[in-house]
Design a binder for this molecule. Structure first.
Ligand code: UDP
Length: 200
C-alpha cells in the first residue's frame, strides 16, 4: 500500500480531480521534490506490480485532519485552530480564494482499510469532496471556536494549488460504497476540542 497524495495532481487544470488526470506539476518549483517523489513512488509501485507481479495498492490521500495533528506542522488546520484558540489572527495566504476539501481522519482510515482489502490495482482518490475556499474555512474556524481573532493576509506560497477537490466516483465503486460520513463541521469540533486540551 502506497500512501500517495493529491499533490500528484499539482496545480490542477481539471476539476474535480479524477484518477485518470495526469496532473500539472512544476518539477523545479519549491513543492517539486515532494510532488515528484510521490509521482515516482507511484511509478515504481506500478512497475513492481507489472514487472514482478507484486500485489500493490495506491491511495491518493487528499487534505485530511483530526485530533493528534502536530500543532506546529505548518498546515492550515493546526495553524488556524491554534491561532484561533490563542486569540491570534488567522494567517490566510493570498486572498484566500484557493480551495481545499477536508476529510476527517476516521473516514480516511476506513477508505484506506477498504482499499487494502480490495483487489483494485491502480490509484484511488480518498478524500471528502466538500470543497471550500481557505477564507471560508478561516471564517468557519472563527465561528466554531468562538474566538475574537481576525484575519491576517500573508503572501501566497509559490505554486500553491488554486483548487483541489477529489472526484470519489471510483472510490465509491471499488470500495463497496465507501464515502465520508463525518461532516466537516463535526470533525472540526472534535479537532478543536483536542487542541483546546493540548493548549491548556
Ligand atoms: N494556508 C493558509 N494559511 C496557513 C497555512 C496554509 O492560508 O497558515 C493555505 C495554503 O496556502 C493552502 C491551504 O491553506 O492554500 C492548505 O494548505 P496546507 O499546507 O494545509 O495543505 P496543502 O497546500 O498541501 O493542500
Amino acid at each position: 500500500m502506497l500512501a500517495s497524495t493529491s499533490e500528484v495532481y499539482g496545480d490542477p487544470l481539471v476539476h474535480p480531480q479524477k484518477e485518470d488526470y495526469w496532473g500539472n506539476v512544476n518539477p523545479i518549483g519549491p513543492r517539486g521534490v515532494y510532488d515528484e517523489a510521490k509521482r515516482f513512488a507511484e511509478a515504481i509501485t506500478m512497475a513492481y506490480q507489472r514487472t514482478h507481479g507484486v500485489q500493490t495498492r495506491i491511495v491518493r490521500i487528499f487534505n485530511t485532519f483530526g485530533p493528534r495533528m502536530r500543532q506546529e506542522d505548518g498546515r492550515v488546520v493546526p495553524n488556524f485552530i491554534a491561532q484561533a484558540l490563542r486569540g491570534e489572527n488567522l494567517t490566510v495566504f493570498g486572498d484566500g480564494s484557493q480551495t481545499r476539501s477536508f476529510c476527517y481522519v476516521t473516514d480516511l482510515v476506513e477508505g484506506i482499510l477498504r482499499l487494502l482489502r480490495s483487489d483494485h490495482p491502480t490509484p484511488v482518490n480518498v478524500g471528502n469532496p466538500h470543497e471550500m475556499t481557505v477564507l471560508q474555512f478561516a471564517k468557519l474556524i472563527i465561528e466554531l471556536t468562538g474566538t475574537r481573532s481576525g484575519i491576517a493576509y500573508k503572501p501566497l506560497p509559490v505554486d500553491d494549488p488554486k483548487v483541489r477537490q477529489p472526484d470519489i466516483t471510483l472510490a465509491r465503486r471499488v470500495l463497496g460504497g465507501w464515502e465520508p460520513v463525518v461532516p466537516v463541521e463535526e470533525g472540526l469540533r472534535r479537532t478543536i476540542e483536542y487542541f483546546r486540551g493540548k493548549l491548556a
